[in-house]
Design a protein around this ligand. Structure first.
Ligand code: PGA
Length: 300
């Protein structure tokens, strides 16, 4: 049975735009608090990403526990923009600590998830343990993992494990430089999105897609805004072809690959962009928030 996240009034204190995962259980006090702010809990229960852009930080293999705690303290103390949802994906070792330290400030996600359930799988971290550590999101199919040999089939299994546990998967897709040169960027992304085939609409709505051209990751290079928009629109259209169109429309498509404060407004402002997946620039509070502030509709 998937575990449904519990939202208490404490989780909502001081949070301008609460992120309430679909299916979450709200305590009576939390419901009252939302109603006083004129937010109908059912409306609020829609994925925040459907309306608010998401800025997701992928720390990769960076930061010790003291460093993660220091980041959380700084983020908590900083003036954060409203109208944008923040997610941090730290190394597994910092998940539980950060979920606690960032409560009401940002959500926490994993950078990967096991394709197996709990059991004799040495070194794997199962969905159940990620939920236990306070995760709400799980990145699947990041290009650094695909580069290490992950196939679409494996990514599809991981995605389903995440969904079954109530986690929102962030499915990364994107072409290599060679594939782009060969004019295959769109067909590669369409193929990678096929793992979403056959999902029930209610499940599909929980998914986020991150378009990350592999050659843009960590390189400082980005495609032109026109190229990004065309790929994001292509991903949205490909999603809609194979699935319930209304559910597919609710799947945010983020852009990732060398996003920084100086290019964030241009990228996040693209009509098809639902947010950003950020690596290097998510390691410092100032640059992470610099990106979040550039999101359209971000306030403060
Ligand atoms: P980058 O990484 O922002 O450092 O390019 C993005 C990612 O790997 O998700």
């Amino acid at each position: 049975m998937a575990q449904r996240p519990l939202i208490t009034a404490r989780d909502l204190e001081g949070v301008e735009s609460p992120v309430i995962p679909r299916g979450a259980i709200l305590t009576p006090l939390a419901r009252d608090l939302l109603r006083k702010r004129g937010i109908e809990p059912e409306v609020c229960g829609r994925p925040a990403a459907a309306s608010d852009p998401l800025v997701v930080g992928n720390w990769k293999s960076h930061k010790t526990l003291p460093e993660a705690r220091a980041f959380a303290e700084e983020l908590r103390a900083a003036a954060r923009p409203g109208g944008v949802a923040l997610v941090i994906c730290p190394p597994h070792t910092a998940l539980a600590t950060l979920a606690d330290a960032l409560r009401g400030v940002a959500e926490v996600g994993s950078q990967d998830i096991s394709a197996h359930g709990e059991g004799a799988h040495t070194g794997e971290v199962a969905a159940r343990h990620l939920v236990d550590a306070g995760c709400r999101f799980a990145i699947v199919g990041h290009s650094e993992r695909r580069h290490a040999g992950e196939t679409d089939a494996l990514v599809g299994r991981k995605l389903r494990r995440a969904l079954a546990a109530g986690l929102r998967p962030i499915l990364c897709v994107g072409e290599t430089a060679e594939e782009r040169r060969a004019g295959r960027a769109e067909s590669v992304v369409s193929r990678q999105l096929e793992v979403l085939g056959g999902l029930e609409p209610a499940r599909l709505e929980q998914v986020l897609v991150a378009y990350e051209p592999r050659w843009a990751i960590g390189s400082g290079q980005t495609p032109t805004p026109d190229e990004v928009e065309s790929m994001l629109a292509h991903a949205s259209a490909a999603l809609a072809r194979g699935a319930d169109p209304a559910a597919a429309q609710r799947v945010p498509v983020l852009y990732g690959g060398s996003v920084k404060p100086s290019n964030a407004a241009e990228l996040l402002g693209l009509p098809s962009c639902g947010g950003a997946l950020v690596g290097g620039a998510a390691l410092k509070v100032a640059s992470f928030l610099g990106i979040a502030r550039a999101a359209p509709g971000a306030s403060g």
